[in-house]
Ligand binder design. Sequence first.
Ligand code: PFF
Length: 467
Amino acid sequence: MEKQRAQWGSKLGFILAAAGSAVGLGNIWKFPGKAFEGGGGAFLLLYLIIVPLIGMPAMLSELTIGRASQSNVVDAFGKLGHKKYTWVGWLSWLVAFLITCYYSHVGGWVLRYAVSYATQSRAVYADPLGYFYALLGFDPVSGATWLPVTALAFAAVFLAICAFIIIQGVQGGIEKFNKIGMPALFVMLLILLVRSVTLPGGMEGVRYMLSLDFSKLSFHTLLTALSQAFYSLSLGMAIMVTYGSYLPETEDMPKNTLLICVMDTLVAVIAGFIVVPAVFATLGPDGVGKGGGFAFVSLAGVFERMPGGVLFGMMFYLLLLFAALTSTISLIEGIVAFLTERLNWSRTPTTIGLCAVLFLIGCLYTCSQAAFPLHGVWFDFANGVTFPGFGDAMEFLTDRVMIPIAALGTCIFVGWSWTPEKAAEEIHRGGVRFGLLKLYSFLVRFVLPAAIAVIFAVSLFTGTTLS
Ligand code: PFF
């Protein structure tokens, strides 16, 4: 007899869990820097157009595939009668696997910093770059390197927390954690927002974020915004298919999609209004950056100059920690769902074993940052064959190649094989009304594939990561 599939306990639980997946490091440390580079308000406006036109139809498609197939991502396409798309499922599954290897380690570094601000903020302030490098096993002064034990230990703790929550199940673990974690995240976000905009000079940053300077917008900005939307909404990575498969028939998926996208975008925009004004007020506009280096190194200067900086610094990393936890949990669930359903493995040992493997592969990622000269191989048309750090190569592979192909495969599947009409049948089940079928169909068939193909081509030809 087939095992009963897990289901969400409540609508709110599902929405918070899906929003928890979407709201991640990308929202908090990538979006503000991109918005700054893209001219502030002009970028925000562009992003607010892209999310409903590109992000929402893509998310609705993934949720619908999940609910219609009632299956993990690898088997979903076959269950809908299109076995030849199973490769898309495998690819999405593999992306989730690879991303989790490093996302979880970065989550460990975030955890380390939350603790660092609580216990040794002076050491962080005294030499932000040195502190970060030391965590990664490198002394830039003497050139000495060592096994980054602290970073690895924190990554292990981070993964253990994720495993613990996942083992409790979809309702008892993931849903419950998100029901506490997401409101906590919003509260921290609002406190940090108030702190940031009330700093002397903070209003300059607010003004910048509201200014409509379209001269900074370019084709490249458009592509960056597009990839940001995909990454931020957790698309192309098995997650929304898996989370959709735990939805009951009566759920209104278009409405849920709207809510999840609104929450994700709201968090990104608020993060923009936290980070940019805070940096304007302390380091000046030139200090705004993005990514890990910015979050771990530059921001120390911001918190040091801010009244109550230690407390707000701690809260900021705690915010990042919650964002990273809820996202990592969704990724691991996507991987576990397949292993337990297809191979009939039981949930607890599968989760523990998987987390151990993720941890070990992730060790190579962490070690390749500064401690050891571990390299990968890469090819793009701009630079030919190169040998970037192992960690960078891993990120290039997922962000530049695998996510776009998986996302492209998914929308071609819905647009041209399964058809938007079949998707609509699923959406309508339980009496749900969906008046935008024509628009949805047009977007999924033409606009999405074109947009994703361009992102893919540009990253391959120019050798840049857009997300
Ligand atoms: N959406 C997350 C972020 O913005 O950081 C990252 C992510 C999480 C991507 C989970 C994909 C995923 F499945």
